[in-house]
Design a protein around this ligand. Structure first.
Ligand code: BES
Ligand code: MN
Ligand code: ZN
Length: 500
């Protein structure tokens, strides 16, 4: 898809369709009123008659029959006027893009970015609609053998941008297109089945992403992982026939500045190991590499955007399987750096592989650590499928992550790492145990990781609830969501000083 930003008027855009938003219970105003005048007030009459209600996810497609340069007008609901924000604008854009694509529109112009609430920055509104179009247009169905070639959207035109805003909007949209594609790449990796996306396949993907985006990529195999001393990662990998990989991607965008590490949980299938999961809970456990997919996709985008910052991506990749060789509840394992860990449950494996990856990132010289993981079912109990849990040891870095999430439309909520929670991880036999009981399970997961970050600034994102969407929605299909891919990209852009 080609994405363009232009000052061209929406009234003159001669594409297949124009997208316009209407709020609930409100007559068209501003640009919407202008468009409606050209249609002799048709939209206004449909609103009065109750056929267009302006509710979220409602799309009405009208034929303009020559009264606008575009052949069709898609009127999409924005919800109640007081509640319109950039999150809602994204839903509206995703919904409209899908509806138009499925009706065969190839060239589509949008006015939605001009319908953001007062106070929203125009470049952020432009970013929002472009990212949302990419997310909306993703289809899924990765493994279907039928070879239909369905209609694709070819052009998205961000219309009516005033001259003084063109530069900022163009920069935002360039980044949005790459971030949108990266999001869909992460979704694809999550959706592909676990017999295809093994640790070695993830490593191949990383090598390919490195080629495409100019990243240095190093893939460590089990004997190297062992000689480096990543005992926690090795313990988790023991039960599986699939050899583990430690994937390291580097984007050297600046010398001498901070060095950011993104660390993603790459658990390509989580059976629970000997602490085996019941089958209903195992069904979707291919999603357990979603953090790794987000890191890989974000690194690819960061390379493509040539962001002026030193960034590394580290993905510990393994399966968690039961077998005669598997690690056991009761085992004590030694992590990189020498800390000993009592294994209470082999199903709390994510924190083990991340502990080693965090230590390894520090060995490689990272100053700031951001990890992303589908870490705890407890996070779904706390925040549902709406928001990711955010924890950290550095207020400024936590704020930077939350801000980045806000800009790219990913909801996140901070949870506290109060010192009182740490005691739940005290072990009688070792330095720490890998499970702190049911209470505050997301926070004790965070506390476990904190033990491996030393004095570095660190933030942990628990995406267990947001990595997977359980149903088709008007603005996006079910399955992997690419959660936190865009947040990582935006964070890097902001830390490099490239995005205000
Ligand atoms: N991968 C799971 C967490 C998860 C659950 C992600 C549901 C997405 C949806 C993780 O490895 C796990 O099994 N966590 C345990 C931790 C417990 C043993 C302390 C959990 O949440 O039950
Ligand atoms: Mn598990
Ligand atoms: Zn897991």
């Amino acid at each position: 898809m080609e994405v363009r930003v232009t000052s061209e008027s929406a009234l003159e855009y001669a594409g297949d369709a124009l997208i316009l938003g209407v709020a609930e219970g409100a007559a068209p105003t501003g640009v919407a009123a202008e468009v409606d005048r050209r249609l002799d007030g048709l939209v206004g009459r449909l609103i009065e008659s109750g056929e267009i209600r302006g509710k979220q996810s409602e799309v009405t497609v009208l034929h303009t029959e020559g009264r606008l340069a575009a052949s069709r007008l898609a009127v999409v609901g924005l919800g109640r006027p007081a509640e319109i924000d950039l999150f809602g604008l994204r839903r509206a854009m995703g919904t409209a893009a899908r509806a138009l694509r499925d009706r065969g529109a190839h060239r589509v112009g949008t006015l939605l970015h001009r319908q953001a609430p007062p106070g929203a920055r125009p470049d952020r509104a432009a970013r929002a609609v472009v990212e949302a179009a990419y997310v909306g247009l993703y289809r899924g169905g990765e493994c279907k053998s039928t070879e239909e070639s369905p209609a694709e959207m070819k052009e998205l035109c961000v219309l009516g941008v005033p001259d003084e805003e063109i530069e900022a909007a163009t920069a935002a949209v360039r980044s949005a297109a790459i971030a949108g594609e990266a999001t869909n790449y992460a979704r694809r990796l999550v959706n592909l089945p676990p017999n295809e996306v093994t640790p070695s396949r993830l490593a191949e993907e990383a090598l390919e992403a490195g080629q495409r985006a100019g990243l240095e990529v190093e893939v460590l195999k089990p004997d190297q992982i062992e000689s480096l001393g990543l005992g926690a990662l090795l313990a988790v990998a023991r039960g599986s026939e699939e050899p583990a990989r430690l994937i390291v991607l580097r984007h050297r965008g600046a010398e001498g500045g901070p060095s950011i590490a993104f660390i993603g949980k790459g658990l390509t299938f989580d059976s629970g190991g000997l602490s085996i999961k019941p089958s209903e809970k195992m069904e979707t456990m291919k999603l357990d590499m979603a953090g790794g997919a987000a890191v890989l996709a974000a690194m690819r985008a960061i390379g493509e955007l040539e962001i002026g910052l030193d960034v590394m991506g580290i993905i510990p990749a393994t399966e968690n399987m039961p077998s005669g060789r598997a690690y056991r509840p009761g085992d004590v394992v030694t992590a990189l750096g020498g800390k000993t860990i009592e294994i209470v449950s082999t199903d709390a494996e994510g924190r083990l592989i991340l502990a080693d990856a965090l230590s390894y990132a520090r060995q490689l010289g990272a100053t700031h650590l951001i990890d992303v993981a589908t870490l705890t079912g407890a996070c779904i109990i706390a925040l549902g499928h709406v928001a990711a849990g955010v924890m950290g040891n550095d207020g400024a870095l936590v704020e930077a992550v939350l801000d980045a999430g806000e800009i790219v439309g990913e909801r996140m909520w901070r949870l506290p790492l109060f010192p009182e929670y740490r005691g739940q991880l005290d072990s009688k036999i070792a330095d720490i145990k890998n499970v702190g009981g049911r209470d505050a399970g997301t926070i004790t997961g965070g506390w476990f990781l904190r033990e491996f970050v030393g004095d570095n600034a660190w933030v942990h994102l628990d995406i267990a609830g947001t990595a997977w969407s359980e149903k088709d929605e008007p603005h996006q299909v079910e399955g992997g969501t690419g959660a936190s891919t865009r947040t990582l990209i935006a964070l890097a852009e902001r830390m490099a000083g490239g995005m205000t």
